[in-house]
Ligand binder design. Structure first.
Ligand code: PLP
Length: 371
C-alpha cells in the first residue's frame, strides 16, 4: 500500500458529489451548486469564433490583458475597488483562486478564520496548506450573518487570514456593511489578510453587496463566472489584490495550470462586456424560486431564516442524515449539512438551482416523508 501524504488524511471528498452519484434519473436534484441555465448567447458565439480563428494557444500566465483590463473596470464600477490589470490574475474558477491563495499565503500552524456554516473548500484549502482552520460560527437565529464580535473573539497572535463569503453558500446570508467595515478595521489592527469570496455577488435579492476591498485593509478579492453567467464548465474566475501578493501567488498558478483556457477567457471577456440583461433575468428567476422554496419549507415547518442571496437554503432538521436518506427514497436529492462545518450536523443544504416546476414537485415529495 502506497503511503499518501499525511495532509490528505485531513480532507475528504465532498458529499455533494456522493449524493449525486447515489441518485437516479427520476430523482429531483436539489443538491447541486450550479445554475441550470445555458451560458449567454454572446458568450457562446465568442467562443465559437475563437475556435474558428485559432485562439487556441497558451495565453499569458496571468491571463489575457484585455480580460484583466475588463475585470479592472468591473471592479471599479460594481465594487468601488481600484486595482489595475497587473494586480489581477485569471484562474481556473474561484476554486483555483482559493487553492493557490492558500498555498501562497499560509504556513504550517497559521490560523485561518472560516465561516461555519461555510463552503466546503475553505477548510480543505486551509488544511492542504497545513494551516489550521478556525470556525466562526453563525446561527439561524441571526440569519446566519457573520458578525464582527464573533470574529473578534477568535483572533489570536497566529491569525493569518479570514475568509469571507457574502452572499453565502450554504446559507444565502448577506453580510451587513457595518460588520464588513469593522472586520476590515480588525484586519488592519491585527495584521491579517481578508480573502473575500464574492462569487455570488450578483445573485442577491435583498440587501446590497459590499466588497471589503473598498474599505482598506489587505484584501484578496476572489470572483468568477460560474454562478452569474452559468459558466461552470468553462472553469474561469479571478483573484485581485496587492500586486506583491499576486506576483507571489502567480508562482503557484504557473506550476499548477500555467494559464486558463484561452477560449474560456474569450467567453469571460464577452460576459463582462455585454451580459447585464442575462444576469438580471437569471436573478429574477432565482428570486421566484427562492420565494417558492421558502414558502414550501415553511409549510413543512422547516425554518431557514432570511435568505438574501445565492441559491441555497440551509434549514435545521431533526436527524439530518436520516432526513436526507428519506428524501432520497422520496425522490429528492439533498445534501447533509455536516460537511459545511462543525455546527451543521442538524442542517440540510437545499439548492434551488432547478426549474420552478421541479421545485414544486420536490416540495410535494418532501411532504410525503414520515420521520
Ligand atoms: C462559495 C463558493 N466559492 C467558490 C466556488 C467555486 O466556484 P468555481 O466554479 O468558480 O470554481 C463555489 C462553487 O460552488 C462556491 O459556492
Amino acid at each position: 500500500m502506497v503511503r499518501m501524504a499525511d495532509r490528505l488524511g485531513k480532507v475528504d471528498l465532498s458529499d455533494v458529489r456522493r449524493m449525486f452519484e447515489a441518485s437516479s434519473e427520476s430523482d429531483i436534484n436539489l443538491g447541486l451548486g450550479e445554475p441550470d441555465f445555458e451560458i449567454p448567447e454572446n458568450v457562446k458565439k465568442a467562443i465559437v469564433n475563437g475556435v474558428e480563428n485559432g485562439f487556441t494557444h497558451y495565453t499569458s500566465n496571468r491571463g489575457c490583458i484585455e480580460l484583466r483590463e475588463e475585470i479592472s473596470k468591473k471592479l471599479k464600477k460594481d465594487n468601488s475597488v481600484n486595482v489595475d490589470s497587473d494586480s489581477i490574475m485569471v484562474t481556473t474558477g474561484a476554486s483555483e483562486a482559493l487553492y493557490i491563495a492558500s498555498q501562497g499565503l499560509f504556513n504550517k500552524d497559521d490560523e485561518v478564520l472560516i465561516p461555519d456554516p461555510g463552503f466546503l473548500s475553505y477548510r480543505a484549502c486551509v488544511e492542504l496548506a497545513e494551516a489550521r482552520s478556525i470556525p466562526i460560527k453563525t446561527s439561524l437565529d441571526d440569519d446566519y450573518k457573520m458578525r464582527y464580535e464573533n470574529v473578534q473573539d477568535k483572533i489570536s497572535s497566529k491569525t493569518k487570514a479570514i475568509i469571507l463569503n457574502s452572499p453565502s453558500n450554504p446559507t444565502g446570508a448577506v453580510m451587513d456593511k457595518e460588520d464588513i467595515k469593522s472586520i476590515c478595521d480588525l484586519s488592519v489592527d491585527h495584521d491579517f489578510i481578508m480573502i473575500s469570496d464574492e462569487i455570488y455577488e450578483k445573485i442577491i435579492y435583498d440587501g446590497k453587496h459590499y466588497s471589503p476591498a473598498r474599505f482598506g485593509g489587505n484584501t484578496l478579492l476572489i470572483n468568477g463566472f460560474s454562478k452569474a453567467y452559468a459558466m461552470t464548465g468553462l472553469r474561469i474566475g479571478y483573484i485581485a489584490g496587492q500586486s506583491l501578493m499576486i506576483d507571489e501567488i502567480l508562482k503557484v498558478h504557473q506550476y499548477n495550470t500555467a494559464c486558463v483556457s484561452s477560449l474560456s477567457q474569450l467567453g469571460a471577456y464577452e460576459a463582462l462586456k455585454s451580459s447585464d440583461r442575462y444576469v438580471e433575468d437569471l436573478v429574477k428567476e432565482f428570486r421566484r424560486r427562492r420565494d417558492l422554496i421558502l414558502g414550501g419549507l415553511d409549510d413543512l415547518g422547516l425554518e431557514c431564516g432570511e435568505v438574501q442571496g445565492a441559491f441555497y437554503v440551509f434549514p435545521k432538521v431533526k436527524n439530518a442524515t436520516f432526513y436526507v436518506k428519506k428524501a432520497l427514497e422520496a425522490g429528492v436529492v439533498l445534501v447533509p449539512g455536516k460537511g459545511f462545518g462543525e455546527s451543521c450536523e442538524d442542517n440540510v443544504r437545499i439548492s434551488y438551482a432547478n426549474s420552478y416546476e421541479n421545485i414544486e414537485e420536490a416540495i410535494d415529495r418532501l411532504k410525503t416523508i414520515n420521520m
